[in-house]
Design a protein. Sequence first.
Length: 143
Amino acid sequence: MKTYNNLFDGMVIFCEVVKQGNFSGAAKSLNHSASHISKEITRLENRLGTRLLNRTTRTLSLTEMGDIYYKHASQLIIEAKCIDDQITSQKDQPFGVLKISAATIFCDAYLNKWLAEFLESYPEIQMVLDSSDRRVDVVAEAY
C-alpha cells in the first residue's frame, strides 16, 4: 500500500544517500542502520520500477532516472522544510482577521491610536473596523 509517509520517507532517505555518498553516512545522519537504508532504497526502486543508484562495493552513482528523481525529490524536501518553518515560526504569532465595531467617538478618541500600535506589533492580523453609531448584530454580521 502506498502512503504519503512512505513516499516522503523514501525521498528523504534517497536524497540523504546521494548527499552523503554512501549508505553508512546516510544511516548515521538519519539515525538508522545501514541495512535499513539499503532496504528502503531497494523498496523505493521497486516501487518506481527502476534503478536509481548504481552500486559497487566502493562507490555509488546516480543512474539517469536517479538524477531526475534526486533533482525533483530534493526540491520537494526543501519546500516541505520551508512549509514547516513557516508554520512553526507563526504558531506563536497571532494571525487572521479581527473585526471590530465601535462608536465613532470612541474610535476617534482612543481606538485609532491603539489599533495602529496593535497592527504594528502584529503584522499578520488583518483589521476590519466598523466605526459607526448604529447597533451591530454581531451574530448576523459575523463579528
